[in-house]
Design a protein around this ligand. Structure first.
Ligand SMILES: [Zn+2]
Length: 285
């Protein structure tokens, strides 16, 4: 809708002591924010996500909500990034998107949302197509004031995947740019848990993440399964199921290959300039 004050020219003329003065219309800032929100790549299914409609039906979710608000209030001043960890459906992406939108709206941040799998696909495609370089694809990811990297570890791991994600994590760390990571990976140090940051991301990236982030564990009933307002009985049922899942997970068997990769990553020393990235080539196979 056209602005009634400036008719979308974004300029207003005032008469001050008989002299015409031109200034920006108030709608100018709004239009910039609108453009930045539209450019932030938030998927349609998450566009409604705000702090206000985040369901806090569990202690750890209330704590995660508090952390997320504190993060965006302090942004961009000296603070840790956030690692939102928990199983699917617990609201990690919802909270990450709420943070991103607030940072854009209230702080004028240049921020982007990337689903990890989608990002890796873009890097691979740019290598295959040959018209844009992999670094062109990664540039906004590395440079953004605020980055949401969603569902870290959803991609089947490989040396190339670990190196590419390591490059993103390390660059953002060394440039002191805030990042919101979401993942359903565990943070444990064991090698026998396939669904762990150590196995999926490698030990260097795991330790870097834990160093640069507040590790925020989110736990609670899956809203898609239990609805938005689970009863006390629902919550008790959820807790029983969770214990059962945890037992199965611990008792599971894992392919030797993944264990081997985790061990290999342990042998490499961690350091500030520890990323050797071969580009998109390794991901195109
Ligand atoms: Zn206007």
């Amino acid at each position: 809708m056209a602005c009634e004050i400036c008719h979308d020219s974004f300029w207003v003329t005032d008469l001050v002591d008989g002299v015409e003065r031109v200034r920006r219309c108030g709608c100018w800032r709004d239009s910039i924010i609108e453009r930045q929100l539209a450019a932030a790549r938030v998927p349609r299914r998450y566009q409604h996500c705000e702090f206000a409609n985040f369901e806090q039906n569990y202690d750890s979710l209330r704590e995660a909500h508090r952390r997320a608000r504190a993060f965006v209030e302090a942004f961009p001043v000296g603070q840790k990034s956030l690692l939102l960890r928990g199983r699917h459906g617990v609201g990690k992406t919802h909270l990450a998107v709420a943070i991103l939108k607030h940072a854009i709206r209230d702080k004028g941040a240049r921020g982007y949302f990337y689903e990890t799998r989608e990002l890796l696909k873009l890097v691979r495609e740019s290598f295959a197509a040959g018209d844009t370089s992999e670094m062109d694809v990664l540039r906004p990811v590395l440079d953004a004031d605020l980055l949401v990297l969603d569902d870290l570890g959803a991609e089947k791991t490989s040396e190339w995947v670990q190196e590419t994600l390591g490059l993103v994590v390390n660059t953002r760390y060394s440039e002191q740019r805030a990042t919101i990571f979401t993942t359903n990976l565990g943070n444990g140090a064991g090698l026998d848990d396939l669904n762990s940051m150590r196995v999926q991301l490698g030990e260097r990236t795991r330790s870097r993440l834990l160093e640069m982030c507040h590790d925020v564990e989110m736990d609670g009933p899956d809203v898609r399964e239990y609805g938005l307002h689970p009863s006390a009985a629902d919550t008790a049922r959820y807790e029983r199921e969770r214990e059962q899942l945890e037992r199965q997970r611990r008792g599971g068997t894992f392919p030797d290959k993944a264990k081997g990769m985790a061990r290999a990553s342990l042998r490499r020393p961690a350091g500030p300039a520890d990323v050797a990235w071969s580009g998109g080539k390794g991901g195109s196979a």
